[in-house]
Design a protein around this ligand. Structure first.
Ligand SMILES: CC(=O)N[C@H]1[C@@H](OP(=O)(O)OP(=O)(O)OC[C@H]2O[C@@H](n3ccc(=O)[nH]c3=O)[C@H](O)[C@@H]2O)O[C@H](CO)[C@@H](O)[C@@H]1O
Ligand SMILES: C=C(OP(=O)(O)O)C(=O)O
Length: 434
């Protein structure tokens, strides 16, 4: 692709129309994980040999990353479910604004470029804009690796003063929000090309980080975990390629099972094992009345006695990225539910549109309170982030009448085929021009 052919829209005026009241039932598969894939795409910048990622999600963020890699020097092709890269022969280490401003992993990609090209210019990352999302830990890792930084209100320029990243120690934990997922990967990528051993203090150890660490280890980088205290990374100047699978997406899996459960239905996720959900998430779902059982290598999810109210908090284990969908589900649980958001200052862009559908839900700073059950009725609603739109889709499945939802562009940043999957499970929905 080049400037002429790259026509990814910034907005999408199509609307999702969902007629609620159909019980979802059946079997479906889960896509490759958005957030793991995004970090592996950044890791691919480091490979000195052709690299193929298999089982990638067909989402807008995949297109954006493919374009960023290609334009900055790493020839990249998306072929079927594969993301194929060839080693760069020349670097152009400036992340285009119109691409870097769309996704959250821009600073991680920039770290890969900095490690390889010795310099990088990038815009402040995009991603979902439900609150201000900082990157100071990413920048600290770059500085620790020997970069001088020039930071304006909109861009960062980083130059390595030495020939490559120097071995370093950096702390990726934010005082208030815990270990940063993205900054852990940023530090790992820099350390992977440093001559010597670097120490990442208090790393994030979510599946996104573990998968990137595994891919780097398979490529010849030394990776040693010291529990959650530290991660030692021994760099190399030649990282091999090969083929690496993207694990299935726990966020799409959870979205699908909440969507089925709100309709009183049952879903079999045929490629997603129960072990793919964290114990904390399984416990929260169990409290909410949702039972997960192993079935043919996948997971059977059902809600036999209906939704139950919960008191919970989003930590890295009980993913913040399912909080909006869980909120939608809890509108049908008798009693008062409370979810405290502990990863972001606030994540509540779904609250007002859920209220428009008839839900009794409020946000007070980081705390979301839901009184249920509320009969939901169709309305015209919109939202501007992935999981908030997924929450509205979830609620619309249980609403009386036909709900119109705008925000499909945002949904498609994270879900390649959520709507067709819901339709196959029995949802009545269409996507129309608006
Ligand atoms: C593409 C991707 O994988 N996105 C996920 C990733 O985002 P992301 O990698 O941005 O999440 P982080 O773990 O870095 O951010 C968590 C919190 O730490 C703060 N922070 C982060 C970095 C930093 O340098 N300084 C700082 O203060 C942020 O403002 C936020 O409040 O993890 C989040 C938390 O699980 C998920 O919600 C996102 O879906
Ligand atoms: C917040 C999310 O994504 P991003 O970090 O890409 O904005 C998400 O996947 O829920």
């Amino acid at each position: 692709m080049n400037d002429q052919t790259f026509l990814l829209p910034l907005t999408d005026t199509r609307a999702i129309r969902i007629t609620g009241g159909h019980r979802l039932q059946g079997t479906t598969s889960v896509q490759g994980s958005k957030n793991i894939a995004l970090h592996l795409y950044a890791g691919a910048l480091l490979a000195d040999e052709p690299l193929t990622l298999t089982g990638i999600p067909h989402i807008l963020d995949t297109q954006v990353c493919s374009e960023i890699l290609t334009r900055t020097g790493t020839p990249t092709r998306v072929v079927g479910d594969r993301f194929e890269t060839a080693p760069a022969t020349a670097w152009h280490p400036a992340v285009p604004d119109e691409l870097g401003g769309r996704i959250r992993t821009t600073a991680v990609l920039a770290a890969g470029l900095l490690a390889r090209a010795g310099r990088v210019r990038f815009p402040l990352p995009g991603g979902d804009a439900f609150c201000h999302r900082l990157i100071d830990r990413h920048l600290a890792a770059m500085e620790a690796a020997g970069a001088t930084l020039d930071i304006t209100g909109t861009h960062v320029e980083a130059h390595l003063t030495g020939r490559g990243p120097q071995p370093f120690t950096t702390n990726v934990t934010t005082q208030k929000w815990g270990p940063s997922l993205g900054a852990t990967v940023t530090a790992m990528l820099l350390a992977a090309r440093a001559r010597g051993t670097s120490t990442i203090l208090h790393p994030n150890a979510e599946p996104e980080v573990l998968a990137t660490a595994s891919m780097l280890a398979a490529g010849g980088v030394g990776i040693t975990w010291e529990g959650t205290t530290a991660l030692q990374v021994t760099g190399t100047d030649h990282i091999t390629g090969g083929s690496f699978p993207v694990p299935p997406d726990r966020l799409e899996a959870t979205t699908l099972l909440l969507a089925a459960a709100i309709t009183g239905g049952t879903v079999h996720l045929d490629n997603f094992p129960v072990s793919g959900f964290t114990a904390a998430l399984v416990a929260t779902l169990a409290d909410a009345g949702i039972e997960l059982a192993p079935a043919n290598g996948g997971t059977l999810a059902q809600c036999p006695a209906g939704p139950r109210c919960v008191q919970t908090a989003t930590t890295s284990a009980t993913c913040t990225d399912i909080q909006p969908q869980l909120t939608a589900f809890l509108t049908q649980a008798p009693g008062t539910s409370r979810i405290e958001e502990r990863i972001y200052t606030s994540r509540a862009t779904h609250v007002d549109p859920l209220r428009a559908l008839g839900a009794d839900v409020t946000a007070d700073g980081p705390t979301i309170t839901v009184h249920g059950p509320s009969p939901l009725t169709a309305a015209h609603v919109a939202s501007q982030d992935i999981r908030a739109v997924a929450a509205l889709v979830t609620a619309a499945l249980a609403a009386e009448g036909t709900t119109t939802i705008q925000g499909i562009y945002h949904l498609q940043r994270g879900y390649g085929s959520l709507l067709p999957k819901l339709a196959t499970l029995g949802a009545e929905l269409t996507v129309t021009q608006k």
